[in-house]
Design a protein around this ligand. Structure first.
Ligand code: TYD
Ligand code: MG
Length: 465
């Protein structure tokens, strides 16, 4: 998509945007300075020169006002006015509901359920705030058919099958919805650019128009974006900088479970997680997600350890699996899925140096069940326990959980929110918890959970049996 552009006839100011990382460049070049990818730059026309007659009529594009300086304390703002989406898990990921005038990008693989989720949400919200569902991918009949099949209330919800941003904004200016869903941002295009719809410059400019409209009018906007094979929102990752929140909707192929994750959120915690199940009647919330991330087997297996992690503000039980096997390679493999590779190397070094257990001639594979990515150090101890269990071919005691950070000198360090984690484990019927001493209650037990406090790696090895 990025052949070297010929000299443009227009006098419009142009920039060259990398389709991989969204970086701007003044002139065309073969390689992006930021991310080093070749042939990823394409020309976009900068906004000041982009006002088409239609855009001018609609009054939203390129409106230049003298900047106003104000004392910040005098600026009027709505105290976090939030509207519930009617879906608790969705609200949670948004940080407690949709903020008025917020622009939220919802990304995900094609077919994962983005349109379903947003249609369900917007149908419920439309009762309280007039809403406009703009569909560029499906016909109005398809959208209506789906809404009826899902049994959704349709009061206050208008739909528009349109992809031209000028006409969408004209409709919006006329009907003044408080919420717009644009499904999908990849189908949007503006008359003011000659680039093909779907190109980086079209998507970027169309999204920018919608964002500006949202900010000027206080209209909330959901942008739907398909992600590419590489995992970014197709084309311009630059969209991520324009919007207030970026949510990713993910799921394993073949699984009916879906996870909505906040990747960026100006109004709430990132890494907040909402869990849904896709069924006959669309997406249903899963209020107790801990259960689905455990592998399900009731008897403990060698190489398996259950931990309590935290995703956003919520504790979550997750299973960590390890496989340690003698390696035919001179350089044995260390593979970590759902976990940082370097962290695994570090843990193996600590295990050798302070636990006297070497796996230098073994391949080590570690996997976090359910496609979860563990980003906190509380995973250290359970990962070590899983490795140890596989090495010894001996399961941990039934109904055991663990969490804790492992330091380089073999000490087991406390992690935040210890009590909350213990509570989650107790709620799900676990019987034993191996945790850092500073996270353990003095009584040695917590709501029926036997708590084994460990201070050093040696204590943990002993607790593992
Ligand atoms: P969709 O919301 O169209 O995905 P996206 O907008 O992300 O591309 O969802 C498509 C899939 O979801 C489709 O394969 C069928 C499935 N689905 C159900 O299983 N149950 C339902 O009630 C609905 C509406 C969709
Ligand atoms: Mg869709």
């Amino acid at each position: 998509m990025s052949a070297k552009p010929s000299k443009s006839a227009t006098k419009a100011k142009t920039a060259y945007v990398c389709s991989e990382c969204g970086a701007d460049h003044n002139k065309w070049q073969g390689q992006c300075d930021e991310c080093g990818v070749w042939n990823s730059l394409s020309e976009i026309v900068l906004e000041a020169a982009t006002q088409s007659p239609a855009a001018r009529r609609s009054g939203w594009a390129g409106k230049v006002e003298a900047p106003k300086v104000m004392a910040l304390k005098d600026v009027r703002h709505s105290e976090d006015a939030r509207v519930s989406t009617g879906i608790g898990e969705f609200d949670r990921v948004l940080g407690g509901g949709l903020v008025e005038g917020a622009v939220v990008l919802v990304g995900g693989d094609p077919g994962i359920g983005k349109s379903t989720l947003l249609l369900q949400a917007v149908a419920r919200m439309a009762g309280d705030m007039p809403s406009l569902y703009v569909t560029g991918e499906e016909s109005l009949a398809q959208v209506a058919g789906r809404a009826v099949r899902l049994g959704l209330p349709l009061d206050g919800l208008n739909a528009l099958a349109e992809t031209g941003i000028e006409r969408i904004l004209e409709h919006a200016a006329a009907s003044k919805p408080k919420l717009i869903v644009a499904d999908s941002v990849q189908t949007l295009w503006t008359e003011s650019l000659t680039a093909a719809p779907g190109s980086v410059s079209q998507v970027r400019e169309s999204a920018a128009r919608l964002v500006r409209y949202a900010k000027e009018t206080g209209t909330a906007v959901f942008l739907v974006g398909h992600v590419t094979k590489e995992g970014g929102i197709a084309g311009p990752r630059v969209l991520e900088h324009m919007v207030d929140a970026v949510l990713y909707f993910e799921g394993e192929s073949g699984s009916r479970f879906r996870v909505l994750r906040a990747f960026k959120n100006r109004f709430g915690a990132v890494n907040e997680l909402g869990v849904f199940a896709m069924g006959e009647k669309g997406l249903k919330e899963v209020p107790n997600p801990s259960a689905i991330f455990l592998s399900g087997g009731s008897t403990a297996q060698p190489g398996s350890a259950v931990m309590v992690t935290r995703e956003g503000t919520r504790p979550l039980l997750v299973e960590v699996q390890a496989l340690v096997d003698s390696s035919p390679l001179s350089n044995p493999r260390r593979v970590a899925v759902g976990l940082e590779q370097n962290r695994l190397a570090m843990l193996l070094a600590v295990l050798h140096r302070h636990g006297g257990i070497g796996v230098g001639d073994q391949d080590v594979f570690v996997n976090v069940v359910g496609g979860i990515r563990l980003q906190e150090t509380a995973a250290d101890l359970p990962v070590l326990l899983a490795i140890l269990s596989s090495l010894r071919d001996k399961p941990l005691a039934e109904k055991t959980v663990a969490f804790g950070e492992v330091g380089l000198s073999g000490e087991i360090r406390p992690v935040p929110n210890g009590e909350e984690r213990l509570k989650e484990a107790a709620t799900h019927g676990f019987k034993r918890a191996i945790v850092p001493k500073a996270n353990a209650p003095k009584a040695g037990s917590y709501k029926g959970l036997e708590v084994i406090a460990v201070e050093r790696l040696a204590d943990a090895l002993q607790a593992a049996g």
